[in-house]
Design a protein around this ligand. Structure first.
Ligand code: BTN
Length: 328
């Protein structure tokens, strides 16, 4: 973690009370002048930090814009090694792929507060106004491409875990969409909350890198996109940086479990959060052609959707799912 983010983390941890420059300098093994330079840099970024002669520094407020430093100061998991980004970019997936190609380590994060060319699954656009969280991570799991089929579900489950830790009721839509559950019934939803886009580079038997991009709708104050749900529908005033950090830590936990034990150990948790479980669905190809229809009966250890079509069990690896009894 950068020294500046460490200073910020200490100020956030103090929850508005003062932290002395001397204590910070001793903790990080640097001079007090160096601490005051980091504080000045944080102020330039929009953090309001008060300084009192005998008590030290206290954080009064954070910038509204989502900045990588704010997220780095809040994440807990050791997987997250390096933070890049800024107020906006074209697509964090494009930035993360560039970094991955030039050797960025596993755990590199690109996080921004707006995108001008956000990309979704199946060649769709991901509308990315400010007020949302847009991040991409570099993973190097060192496994064969054949073992990666469940990874989109692993990342979506991590996003759901993170959002749940903030007080939301997320539900999963196979393979890697996160919807906002109403809390009323196991499958009732109010709109799509988050989407996941995975891209990878691999040799025939070894994955070189995977970039997982996550978009989360956080605040609807700038207007609502049709069909979308927002974190602040259930957790009013939730800061984008807190959402980004919670999502990252959720993903890190699931990813660690996946790498050590495979998806089998996560499948039960995935199914228990699925808004499709037991419902009649249609799975379509990219061109709209129907690939399969049936009642959802969970997912297998490779992350494939299991469908009972009345005459037997089908397994589906890819496609776009629609509920036959609703507009999801
Ligand atoms: C989908 O549901 O279609 C996936 C949406 C993924 C959007 C995220 S936002 C951050 C990252 N950068 C992109 O351009 N796309 C992903």
């Amino acid at each position: 973690m950068s020294r500046r983010s460490q200073v910020l983390r200490a100020l956030i941890g103090a929850q508005g009370t003062s932290v002395s420059g001397e204590d910070l300098a001793a903790e990080f093994g640097v001079s007090r002048v160096s601490i005051s330079k980091h504080v000045a840099a944080l102020r330039d970024m929009g953090y309001v930090i008060e300084a009192a002669p005998h008590t030290g520094y206290s954080l009064v407020s954070s910038p509204e814009l989502l900045l990588p430093e704010s997220v780095e100061a809040l994440v807990r998991h050791e997987l997250w090694a390096r933070f890049e980004g800024g107020p906006s970019t074209v697509s964090t997936n494009d930035d993360a792929k560039r970094l991955a190609r030039s050797g960025a380590p596993q755990g590199t994060v690109v996080v921004v507060g707006a995108q001008s060319g956000g990309r979704g699954r199946l060649g769709r656009e991901w509308v990315s106004p400010s007020g949302g969280v847009y991040l991409s991570i570099v993973l190097r799991p060192g496994i064969s491409p054949a073992r990666c089929s469940a990874l989109p579900l692993v990342v979506a489950l991590g996003v759901a875990r993170g959002l749940e830790s903030l007080g939301c009721h997320p539900l999963l839509k196979w393979p890697n969409d996160v919807w906002l559950g109403t809390g009323a019934g196991a499958t009732d939803t109010s709109g799509k909350l988050s989407g996941v886009l995975l891209e990878m580079q691999s040799e025939i038997d070894r994955v070189e890198w995977i970039v997982a991009g996550v978009g989360v709708n956080v605040s609807s104050s700038a207007g609502r996109t049709p069909g979308a749900a927002y974190v602040d529908d259930q957790v009013p005033g939730c800061a984008p940086a807190a959402v980004a950090a919670a999502v990252l830590d959720g993903i890190a936990g699931c990813f660690g479990q996946f790498v050590s034990d495979g998806f089998g150990t996560l499948a039960h948790e995935y199914i228990s959060r699925s808004m499709l479980e037991g419902r009649q669905v249609t799975v379509r190809e990219l061109d709209g052609a129907v690939r399969a229809s049936g009642r959802v009966q969970g997912v297998d250890a490779d992350g494939r959707l299991l469908l009972d079509d009345g005459s037997g069990m089908l397994t589906v690896s890819t496609g776009d799912v629609t509920l036959r009894d609703a507009g999801a």
